[in-house]
Design a protein around this ligand. Sequence first.
Ligand code: PBG
Length: 331
Amino acid sequence: MDLIQNSKLILPIRLRRNRRSSAIRKMVQETELNAADLVAPFFVIEGENKSIPIQRMPGIHRFSIDLLLKEIERLHNKGVQSFALFPAVDRDCKSLNAEEAWNPDALMQRTIRVIKESFPEVCLISDVALDPYTSHGHDGLVNDQGQIINDESIECLIKMALAQAEAGVDFVAPSDMMDGRVKAIREALDLEGFDQTGILAYSAKYASALYDPFREALQVELIGDKKTYQMDPANVREALLEARLDEQEGADILMIKPALYYLDVIARLRQETYRPIAAYHVSGEYAMVMAAHHAGYLDSKKVFYEALLSIKRAGADLIFTYAVDAVIDRL
Ligand code: PBG
């Protein structure tokens, strides 16, 4: 505006000159999405040669380890470097206290070992929360009054993180939202000689309605809700506080989750931390676009590209997304 007022010349300001051609548009493009920014989540199951579609996440499957390796190789060849693992655990391995979570021979730990043997160069991220392993579907232990008990849950999360670190994962990713777990896990990892294993903390994880398709993928039947530990979608200052605490407790990367409805939170955190920020473009965000695509309402590939670009523009450095395949060929 100053430019116009101070100038004696009465010229139209033509911003469209910078949009004239694809070459010019690329030259002035402010945000770029790269394959290396993306983290592809995978659901792993027992068995061989198994690929089971997830009904509410069209195009996404649960894979047995052998097929998962092929998927990782395929995406790795297209430039994807990072993968997040979630085990869909058989019902008979679930229990009240989630003991299977730290069994060294559990599906998750075996998967980590095999992937790191085959592709030592990829970055592997494992979820730390009890929900795949508890019969009630909560991320922590539940007492007789139905409360999620914080400190006892942390003891389990420590054992779980150590089992994953021992199997060779690059980052453990506590997604449980217990208070103080980042510090406890960091101390335990260091004490056991895993000082190079990183912590990607789900710092501000909201109690969102957008996780339902994920729970189908993991065969989790949640009793009740997670509102006493996951955050209220109404709050942003609290998210900044959670992120600050996780940073002080030793987190290497801070995550906001979900992504698109929380871009303001990502943008605010970008102003407050020098740490890398991750965003999780979650199952419900994926499912909505796929449903609209199949109804003929929009083009999922174009929408996903715009969505991921927006998440990056808001300030995220890396993005967990099920839409890797939808966008990878245009990066
Ligand atoms: C488990 C976990 C959840 C997600 C990632 N880790 C579900 C939940 O908290 O209930 C959701 C991811 C998605 O919806 O894609 N703690």
